[in-house]
Design a binder for this molecule. Sequence first.
Ligand SMILES: Cc1ncc(COP(=O)(O)O)c(C=O)c1O
Length: 379
Amino acid sequence: MNTAGVDGASEGPCFHGGAFFGAIGDEFGDLGRSADIVNADVLDAWFPPAPSVLEALSEYLPWIVRTSPPTDCAGMARVIAETRGVDPAHVLPGAGSSALIFLAFARWLTGGSRVLLLDPTYGEYSHVLALVGCRVDRFTVDRSSGYAVDPDRLATVAAAGRFDWIVLVDPNSPTGQMLPREAMHALLDAVPESTRVWIDETYVDYVGAEHSVERRAARQANVVVCKSMSKAYALSGVRAAYLCGTAETLATLRPWVPPWAVSLPAQIAAVYALRDPGYYAARYEETHALRGRLEAGLARLPGVETVPAVANFVLCHLDPGGPTAATVAARCRETGVFVRDAGNMGTGLGSHALRVAVKELDATDRILESLDDALCRAP
Ligand SMILES: Cc1ncc(COP(=O)(O)O)c(C=O)c1O
């Protein structure tokens, strides 16, 4: 484990994928350009939202756009609660999990808080923790063990560490690794009551909703689940997410959620999406087949080693003697293919780690072709 104090004042905003808007234009003058690019640098779903979502939005769009949404998202919270087997009091909706992360971390943590964070992991966490000024200890997972989180070591560190918080992304990004369920429950049994465990389950539905620990969060005061609906329900553009925790825990945040926090398109989309689990289950099955194809294609590229993954993205390591991930990503960009240099998502990933999102067949072929060209091109 590395221990690193983080100086919020010295950090800029967290780097994310999304460079593809440079090719489309962020004033949206020609949205048709979106068809020409492959945005595998962010982990948006490769499939569209459920047909019922699109029908509801398109049929009533003029009314939806001009109408104030239900002030407190109560219907959205009820449908989430029903779907997840918890009470609506255990659900706090938000406009994307990023909004909830910023709200909760700013309200619940202080500059005196001590937090254990996976390394590597989703970069926004170290950024927000730095903003708050927390002391961050890093729980490093490394390449030699396939980036697997050793649950016994984590439980030992958690029990001994007197942490105020532990932040887990499960399945983790960019590594694509997930803790086995029994191990997660054993960890939640072992963590001291004084330590809050924040579990980001953005990608868990790809593996199976039954792996979620939301029900546990609803009854265990020191567990909070953060659930984006962006990636698993194909709703990144509308912004929908929620926190799941005990009623008492969430009650401390509710007064700080502004009215109309979630747009009407997002509330409607979230409700209709949750009511069509069959559609999404079929898309997750297809995702696994597409990921298998992507992994196999990547592994055939010169000098590329892939890390077996469980969700809608694959981490790979490039030949250290060849072009860096930044160079490869820049070369791919020239062909309209966007992939992510993962280097800044962990202290040990280095300059040759690349993360690629799972995409539909044609786009996968384009990614592989573009990467092949980028890797083989003379310096
Ligand atoms: C692990 C993780 N958590 C949270 C987010 C934020 O997602 P959103 O704000 O779209 O809900 C992302 C986005 O990439 C992510 O990868």
